[in-house]
Design a protein around this ligand. Structure first.
Ligand SMILES: [Zn+2]
Length: 371
């Protein structure tokens, strides 16, 4: 199988061992699941289905960020406890993903489950000499880590701009360098706080994923995924602190999902331009939503369009009429092995169905049950 590697900036062989360890950054559960999130989860679902088809076992961890700036802010606005908000939204999100037939994650750990792991991890980073204490917090010293930039390959001014846009607070006066990032921070008066060697506080954004990946999967993982907007600063920072703490390679392969846009802007909770999975499921069968999302390649950035689901429903009708059989299966496997080319996989099934072959097995490899 060949896949595009964000860090290497090219399509490379992806040839893991019998057990494939994967970590994908999950959701901050303060709102319902939107199609951008569903498309991302579906990408790693399809990848796992093909890897299992090839005889591998997959272990895909998807964390739940039930503690960060955005969920605390939303809970503050609603006047509810952040953990109640997270539990309620997670139940809705899980229902949506189950309806779409998404493979259950190997584990789905919560940030709040990881406080002891995070404290230990920060201790390791401090011990490595790549972090410092200031103002009641602990910061990663970017200047001390040569490989900072190994995933995003961005120039410094772009890094600074993205850090400012994405909650990295480059103007924090306690930082030695504006690109330094927080591992531990003092909590505001109305925020949750845990005791630590460095004073009471809460974790920084990136540390949760490093601590959870290490706890759940070990030092080096085969593949790390997430939305492309996480490449910088989130994944760059994760990799830096993990490799500083363990001295080992953190991730062998980085795989990122392109953004879905609506109204010309990235679909995001912060902008509010969202198409919710739950709304689509009121009108369309879940399988049509699944097939619709697969019509765009995972690396493509695409604009949401209203013909997507009617087209997918028509396609499903044609596949169902074709009946049972293994038509198109070879073509689907070849397409998935070519950087997970799901549009080509759908086309292979279309072609087989049009030629009068049954396509149930090829559809099943995409998680689509035609019976
Ligand atoms: Zn993450």
């Amino acid at each position: 199988m060949r896949l595009y590697d964000t860090a290497k900036q090219e399509v490379v062989d992806f040839s893991p061992g019998p057990v494939v360890t994967m970590y994908t950054c999950g959701i901050t559960p303060y709102d319902a699941a939107h199609v951008g999130f569903a498309a991302m989860v579906l990408t790693y679902d399809i990848l796992q289905r093909r890897l299992r088809d090839l005889g591998h076992t997959t272990q895909c961890v998807r964390n739940v960020t039930d503690l960060d700036d955005s969920i605390l802010e939303k809970a503050r606005q609603l006047g509810v406890n952040y953990l109640d908000l997270a539990a309620e939204e997670m139940a809705r999100i899980d229902d949506n993903l189950k309806a779409l037939g998404i493979i259950q994650p190997f584990s789905e750990p919560r940030a709040t489950s990881a406080i002891p792991d995070i404290l230990g991890f920060i201790g390791m980073v401090l011990e490595s000499g790549h972090a410092y204490q200031a103002g009641g917090g602990v910061y990663f010293n970017v200047d001390s880590f040569d490989r900072f930039g190994q995933i995003s390959h961005l120039p410094r001014d772009t890094m600074l701009q993205l850090a400012a846009e994405r909650g990295g607070r480059p103007d924090d006066p306690h930082k030695r360098d504006p690109l330094d990032f927080v591992l531990w921070q003092p909590s505001l008066p109305d925020e949750p706080a845990w005791d630590s060697l460095w004073g009471p506080g809460r974790p920084g954004w990136h540390i949760e994923c490093s601590a959870l990946a290490l706890r759940e999967l070990g030092t080096t993982i085969d593949l790390h995924g997430g939305g492309r907007d996480l490449v910088f600063p989130h994944h760059e920072c994760e990799a830096a602190q993990s490799e500083a703490a363990t001295g080992e390679t953190f991730v062998r392969h980085w795989m990122h999902q392109g953004m879905v846009r609506l109204g010309g802007e990235k679909m995001s909770k912060s902008l509010g331009n969202l198409v919710f999975v739950s709304d689509l499921l009121k009108e369309w069968e879940p399988t049509a939503v699944r097939v619709g999302l697969l019509a765009h390649h995972y690396r493509e950035e695409w604009e949401w369009h209203d013909s997507l689901l009617p087209d997918a429903a028509d396609r499903l009708d044609r596949w169902r009429s074709a009946g049972r059989g293994d038509g198109g299966l070879t073509g689907v496997r070849e397409a998935l092995d070519d950087d997970l080319a799901t549009p080509a996989a759908l086309a292979a099934i279309d072609e087989a169905a049009a030629a009068g072959q049954g396509v149930s097995e090829a559809a099943a490899l995409l998680g689509v049950d035609l019976s």
